[in-house]
Design a protein. Sequence first.
Length: 256
Amino acid sequence: MADWDPAQYLKFEDQRARPAIDLLGRVDLTAPGEIVDLGCGAGNITRLVAQRFPGRGILGVDSSPEMLAQARAALPGARFVEGDMARFAPPAPPALIFSNAALHWLDDHQALFPALLGRLLPGGVLAVQMPRNHGAASHTAMVEASRLPRFRDKLAAVVRESPVAAPAAYYGVLAPHAARIEIWETEYLHVLEGANPVVEWTKGTALRPLLAALDEQERAEFLEEYGGRVAAAYPKAADGKTPFPFRRLFLVATAR
């Protein structure tokens, strides 16, 4: 996968932070111990975690050196390590594993989520937010464009059509292992500015692996195809801004 670009990702920092704030508000943490921010990215959300739970050790984990460099500058009081989220095992069982907009990049959630819950202290909390907007035009337009003959061979292996399951699926895999589970979805209406701002939004996240698989000319052609579809799907409002509905899944599970 291409390197993450912190500047591109943080173009919409306020909107991207809102779900993390909502998730943090539902975490009732009584167990003592460290906090792991799994998929910490640029550290902007790790800072919010530290403010919500002051006095606790915080370990941020991410696979991107570029994002980790930004995170270390943003929150020098925390520890940050480069690692594979799917395989990372904390040095000691933490009180909280927090993951905002990261675990949808991993496969096999039926095994992953119980494993994460099992790494916690008794009474510890697994708190996760993942985008579940893959049925909306922001994401279906990527799939449509990727299937055009001139892109199909290069993009077939990197398109992720539906990486996040329905809420009931996560209840099913976690209920046998959890003392308590709360799962919900929220659709946010982000109001974005710019010529075609939904493209700028997805360039910081879901479009990254697709664009990385193409050469410079192909990338420009793909963005033209995708951008046209997105502009038609998300017209500007009367004030010139673009309303962008975006659905996210949340879960908070307490370990036994």
